[in-house]
Design a protein around this ligand. Sequence first.
Ligand SMILES: Cc1cc2nc3c(=O)[nH]c(=O)nc-3n(C[C@H](O)[C@H](O)[C@H](O)COP(=O)(O)OP(=O)(O)OC[C@H]3O[C@@H](n4cnc5c(N)ncnc54)[C@H](O)[C@@H]3O)c2cc1C
Length: 369
Amino acid sequence: MIDYENSLCEYLNEHSIPYSQNHPLKYETYFKQGGNAEFFITPTSIQQLTQTIAHLKRNSIKWKLVGLTSNVYFLSELTYGVIISTKNLTRLSFDGEAFEVDCGYPMIDLVRVTLTHGFGGNEGLEGIPGTVGGAIFMNAGAYGYTISDHLQTVTILTNSGEVLAISKADCEFKHRDSIFKKNPDYIIVSASFKYPKESTSLSAEKIETFHIARHCYQEFAYPNIGSTFSARSDFYLELFHESKTYTFLGYALKLIFKNPLSKLINRKKPTNEHLNLLALKYLNRNNDFVRSKKTLNILINNGKTDFLTLADQIITLRKKLKNDIPLENEIILAPLGGSTTLNRQITERAIAIGALNIKDLEKNTTKQT
Ligand SMILES: Cc1cc2nc3c(=O)[nH]c(=O)nc-3n(C[C@H](O)[C@H](O)[C@H](O)COP(=O)(O)OP(=O)(O)OC[C@H]3O[C@@H](n4cnc5c(N)ncnc54)[C@H](O)[C@@H]3O)c2cc1C
């Protein structure tokens, strides 16, 4: 048994903090990938979360915190160390004005709870499958709505172990960005929201509309973690921006396949394969590019999608997209556990053959320091 494991087991048992050892992440994660985690810790209260973090810090043990893993790639090639999940931190309270929500509360439930209390302002967030903490971390949003719109305060656990409430302004929210991305040591513990009153039936109608809209471009069959890049307008036109010919062809295909009549005819099986094939030609790639039929901007796990495939495809798209279109997904390379030498060899091999370009992926790659 590795040194730290005994003392961590002892501590977690003593404080009745749930955990599992050698936990297979591939059955846990949204992308259905990932090697084993030596420890997968699932605190059931904020107190257990802060106790766990304090113990890990005291003993200089690295960890990675996750919510519902709907924006992160864990790699099946790697064995991880300590992973903490907030999925059991789901307390929500309402005082008649504001909602106080723990970080692990699912976004899809928050949308429905606010609806049943007669509030609006969350409708476009329907279908974002993460937690409130994960959503605040990257200022998740869709259809002109973001999690930060009606946020009042965020309670955080700082690097020094202090628990404090910070204002919305302190969070420095931007498009899919916040102060938390720059300070991964900050942990979002809970948040409070105040929503405007809204007619329930109008709100429900909007939720329904956004839900249906998602079916047109969101992959539902294969495991995936949503959009790879956070394009602000049409992904294909953003991809073709350097080529007038491909931009013209892209517009033409949209006109043929995305006009109201074709949309109506294809409504039960919406696809963008024609645009995907055009994009593959543009990228000089063949049909083996692992993708959703709904969009090239969603990478799927088809059972054969490995680390090199993911990294290679992300880099291929990155090279053609404008730099100001951020990579939305995060590749987790730390903390490593198990045979660290083997893990390092895999990572180094990927870098050597150019499949993982650390510079390109730097911002969105959680690395061991
Ligand atoms: C089908 C699908 C559709 C999606 N659609 C959208 C969309 O429309 N718009 C959009 O913005 N996103 C979308 N996403 C991406 C994803 O759902 C969001 O990014 C979500 O907010 C991630 O939450 P999570 O709990 O799963 O976070 P994770 O994936 O578990 O973690 C993501 C990052 O947040 C950090 N984090 C998580 N919790 C905390 C916390 N409590 N404190 C500090 N850091 C934390 C993690 O360390 C990690 O770095 C989609 C994903 C899928 C699979």
